[in-house]
Write a protein that binds this ligand. Structure first.
Ligand code: ADP
Ligand code: MG
Length: 339
């Protein structure tokens, strides 16, 4: 009898791996935006057509790539961001797996144009279903433009299971907002089918929150800040009376990375106890800065879940920070100190 085990062809392995990273158009948006932030961009433009099903393009003015790096960026486990196990426990960038571009390119048609400041010519690369089609020098501005066309064109079953355009667009806007919220110093623009949806100019965090969520937030925000040696918390919280019945305006970031964390959410809600109208949720946007070695972002491939070394202490700090912010703006419940 013959042996039967074979290594999968690389393009098939990439397609399978892509399933983890690329669930829907919004996953592509997240990865591309994060790469642009990691590249030190001052301006990022996102162009979306047909809720990302036909086109997702991100144009940045970041540091760009050399010709070789541009080619390497589509290889799996190719990254400029970590080199050793030590780095894995001290992540300072969004990316680190070196999987995103390889995965995206495995399930779409990608056109990348990129140039570094010191290079006279840039590079154009086209990859389709993981196969490199084209690579040539081009004259382009400094930075990187990546256009991802016809997502899942080669996996009809996945394409068929994409949700309606409004649903997919909502996910895209969520990702865009998260990146925009925590990077107010970056100007960010979003076009949806040729209409400008957001045009966010660089500025302060409060201004960014207002330009994303609307003027009604202007009078409704309190700064919330707590600086300790081991960690800091800073951001904005909403007045209790402006809390909404629907969720969706609650944001935690850890070292600039959006996370979902029900335990920390509870910490905030505890601080608001007795202040909120029934079943309402206050706005909050809190960025927690901790030593990267105290947070493990490696637990989930899409990286919205993280593990902290000391969750209890963090809970107490977050809760105290929110309580104090509420108190210093005179909305704390009256506390009887017994004097
Ligand atoms: P990761 O971000 O995990 O390193 P990616 O697949 O997202 O993996 O990207 C691979 C590499 O391509 C990055 O490490 C980076 O060097 C380069 N790269 C990707 N996008 C950009 C960009 N917009 N500007 C500059 N370099 C980029
Ligand atoms: Mg990346």
């Amino acid at each position: 009898m013959q042996d039967v085990i074979r290594l999968l062809p690389e393009s098939l392995a990439n397609q399978i791996a892509a399933g983890e990273v690329v669930q829907r158009p919004a996953s592509v948006v997240k990865e591309l935006l994060e790469n642009s932030v990691d590249a030190g961009s001052a301006n990022i433009t996102l162009i979306v057509k047909d809720a990302g099903k036909t086109l997702i393009q991100v144009i940045d003015d970041g540091k760009g790539m050399s010709e070789t790096d541009a080619r390497m960026s589509f290889e799996r486990h190719a990254t400029s961001k970590i080199t050793s196990t030590d780095d894995l426990f001290a992540i300072h960038t969004f990316g680190f797996r070196g999987e995103a571009l390889a995965s995206i390119a495995a399930v779409s048609q990608v056109e990348m144009k990129t140039r570094r400041e010191d290079d006279e010519m840039g590079t154009l690369i086209e990859v389709e279903g993981g196969e490199r089609k084209e690579q040539e020098p081009v004259s382009v501005p400094v930075g990187t433009s990546i256009a991802v066309k016809n997502l899942f064109f080669n996996i009809p079953a996945r394409r068929k299971f994409l949700k309606s355009n409004p649903v997919e667009m909502k996910h895209i806007i969520d990702e865009f907002q998260r990146v925009a919220l925590v990077n107010p110093e970056i100007s960010m623009t979003l076009y949806q089918d040729d209409n400008e949806v957001y045009n966010l100019r660089a500025g302060k965090m409060a201004k960014r929150i207002i330009s994303i969520f609307g003027r009604s937030h202007q009078e409704q925000l309190f700064p919330c800040q707590e600086d300790l040696e081991v960690m800091s918390v800073n951001g904005y919280i909403g007045k209790p009376e402006s809390a909404k019945k629907t969720r969706g305006e609650q944001f935690f970031f850890v070292n600039g990375r959006f996370i979902k964390h029900s335990y920390l959410h509870h910490a905030v809600m505890t601080a608001y106890e007795g202040l909120l109208p029934d079943s309402t949720y206050p706005f909050y946007m809190l960025n927690i800065q901790v030593d990267p070695k105290d947070v493990d972002v490696n637990v989930h491939p899409t990286k919205t879940e993280v593990k902290f070394t000391d969750e209890r202490t963090l809970y107490a700090i977050v809760s105290a920070a929110v309580k104090q912010a509420l108190a210093s703006y005179g909305v704390a419940p009256s506390i009887d100190f017994g004097v």
